[in-house]
Design a protein around this ligand. Structure first.
Ligand code: 4NP
Length: 159
């Protein structure tokens, strides 16, 4: 069964497209059946490709983010996905405000899937730090994938 996952950050041009590209690539390599999208809580970059700095960092590590185009998360996405993953606490709060009253779709912080001392993937848009962003996203992607693989070994239809 396909697990449908949406990654969310603020602008959908740095962190969430990176999470989308890295997680999808690792899942495909591992033969884990996922459908992945990413979105921003803000609307400044609708239709935009990922930030050149994110694309460069990804390309240096063998990932291609070039196909992503910015979109904004909506309440309807809660019914389209099994799991919504936020890059930081403010994304998490914005998502909980969008949640339709009837929705029980889990929303989790991405770094909950790591042992990292960081709790958030830091916003690199103004301050930089794309290398750390990438390292955290790779670790969290492995952790999430591991969890999906363990869950499917126990109960095929659970997360
Ligand atoms: P992201 O980074 O949330 O990781 O995509 C940002 C991109 C753009 C803006 C803020 C954060 N912005 O204010 O335009």
């Amino acid at each position: 069964m396909t697990t449908r996952i949406m990654f969310v950050c603020l602008g959908n041009i740095c962190r969430s497209p990176t999470a989308h590209g890295v997680f999808e690539t690792l899942a495909n390599r591992a033969g884990v059946d996922v459908y992945v999208e990413s979105a921003g809580t803000g609307a400044w970059h609708l239709g935009d490709p990922p930030d050149a700095r994110a694309q460069q960092e990804a390309a240096a590590r063998g990932y291609d983010l070039s196909g992503n185009r910015g979109q904004q998360v909506t309440g309807a996405d809660f019914a389209r996905f099994d799991l919504i993953i936020a890059m930081d606490h403010s994304n998490l709060i914005a998502l909980e405000r969008l949640r339709p009253i009837e929705s029980e779709t889990p929303v989790q912080l991405f770094l909950d899937f790591t042992q990292s001392s960081h709790t958030e993937v830091p916003d690199p848009y103004y301050e930089g730090g794309f290398e750390l962003v990438f390292e955290l996203i790779e670790e969290a992607s492995r952790g999430l994938l591991d969890q999906l693989q363990k869950a499917s070994a126990v109960a095929p239809n659970s997360l």
